[in-house]
Ligand binder design. Structure first.
Ligand code: NDP
Ligand code: MG
Length: 391
């Protein structure tokens, strides 16, 4: 029987790769819902091909145009506005939800999908960074809910952990010594601090190994992406901060590793193509073809490893600090980073202003905490306003 899939952020890089996988497995999956922010023509093309029952378009000014075009193309898709985004998994009666919106706008829909007992494929790392505690609570409330990582590092770790590890969520029962997240080091790995002063957004979005959306590309260049991923791993796998380590591996072939107490290290390898972790998450606990290129080991000249340079890339240290302080500080770090990255992309601030703004926000909100989804969303807005003011 076909499983019903809702793709949140279908017009983005992960959304399109998910549709690439779905296209090759028409008997296994049908598209129940798609969502986009404002790329209306891309969404229309996806509707014509996949005929979802529902779409959500957050940009209200383009809804009338979309409805008119769907009619012209004889596509019977119901168009909903942004207010319905958080509940779209329920509205579309989806079995599986791909959470692939960028930023903390993905938090509420991911949280609600967990409460509704969906199988969630999580690309939107910001939702765990901002509201990890609440998402874990929502998952615990509905035993039908599952959270399968899509981020390549977390997919690798998930595959290298024992089968019952995530469900038991108790690292003490197991023999894990360390979880090692690999980082490509981004496009500026070999730059000096002086050279980093002059980098432009155009340079930052050119990732050497991966093709991704602009925000995550900038995050990769500052190493904030790795910082967010450390926090993501903390909430996904329930291990202590002392067991999380980052190693720079510029070739992006080993996607991450788990070290056991007997000295064994289990790694997952593959070409740098998100279709592999997307397929793994979609089909879990089975496997399906992904369309990713296969590794040819005879063509790999070397796999190298290095320590991250915390002085050159302060965002990584800030993320470790945020996790140590806890409470709502990771949510503040995330919100501040989103605003700072957007300003950097618009040439309003420099590369090193990004960590400066994040650090100022973390200091300003140093006691912030949350106990509900409303509280964490309020803190997110406050941190955004604060950084906006600083800029
Ligand atoms: P993109 O920028 O390519 O796509 C983002 C998607 O979210 C688009 O569909 C966009 O719509 C939609 N969107 C953006 N803002 C909003 C909003 N405020 N409300 C509703 N929808 C919105 O991002 P990526 O696909 O690169 O990344 C998506 C997530 O996956 C991020 O959290 C990222 O960190 C994570 N991820 C991405 C990887 C990758 O290889 N790209 C790898 C690992 C994780 P529209 O197109 O209309 O603007
Ligand atoms: Mg990643």
């Amino acid at each position: 029987m076909q499983q019903r899939l809702a793709i949140l952020g279908s017009t983005g890089s992960i959304g399109c790769s998910t549709l690439d996988v779905v296209r090759t497995h028409p008997t296994k999956y049908c598209v129940a819902a798609l969502t986009a922010n404002s790329q209306v023509d891309k969404l229309l093309t996806q509707c014509i091909e996949f005929k979802p029952q529902f779409v959500v378009l957050s940009d209200y000014s383009k809804i009338a145009y979309l409805i008119e075009q769907l009619k012209l193309h004889n596509v019977a898709t119901t168009v909903l506005a942004g207010d319905d985004l958080a509940d779209i998994a329920e509205i579309a009666n989806a079995d599986i939800v791909m959470s692939a919106i960028v930023g903390s706008s993905g938090l509420l829909p991911t949280y609600k999908a967990a409460l509704a007992g969906k199988k969630i494929l999580l690309a939107n790392k910001e939702s765990l960074v901002a509201g990890g505690k609440l998402i874990r609570e929502a998952l615990a409330q509905n035993p039908k809910a599952k959270l399968i990582p899509v981020d390549s590092e977390h997919s690798a770790i998930f595959q290298a952990l024992p089968d019952d590890f995530v469900s038991s969520n108790d690292s003490n029962n197991h023999s894990i010594n360390k979880i090692i997240l690999t980082a490509s080091g981004g496009p500026f790995r070999c730059f000096t601090k002086d050279e980093l002063m002059d980098v432009t957004p155009e340079m930052a979005v050119m990732h050497p190994n991966w093709t991704m959306g602009k925000k995550i590309s900038v995050d990769s260049s500052t190493l904030m992406n790795k910082g967010l991923e450390v926090i993501e791993a903390y909430w996904l796998f329930g291990v202590g901060l002392d067991k999380l380590e980052v190693v720079v591996h510029p070739q992006s072939i080993i996607h991450s590793m788990v070290e056991y107490i007997d000295g064994s290290v289990i790694a997952q390898l593959g070409a740098p193509d998100m279709k592999t972790p997307i397929s793994y998450a979609l089909a879990h606990p089975n496997r399906i073809t992904s369309g990713s290129p296969k590794l040819d080991f005879t063509q790999l000249s070397s796999l190298t490893f290095d320590k991250p340079d915390y002085a050159k890339f302060p965002c990584l240290e800030l993320a470790f600090t945020a996790l140590k302080v806890g409470g709502a500080i990771p949510a503040v770090l995330n919100a501040a980073n989103e605003v700072a990255v957007a300003a950097f992309l618009e040439h309003k601030i420099t590369f090193y202003d990004i960590p400066r703004l994040i650090e100022s926000s973390m200091n300003y909100f140093n006691c912030a905490d949350y106990n509900s989804i409303d509280e964490v969303m309020e803190i997110d807005v406050s941190a955004r306003n604060y950084v906006g003011g600083l800029i």
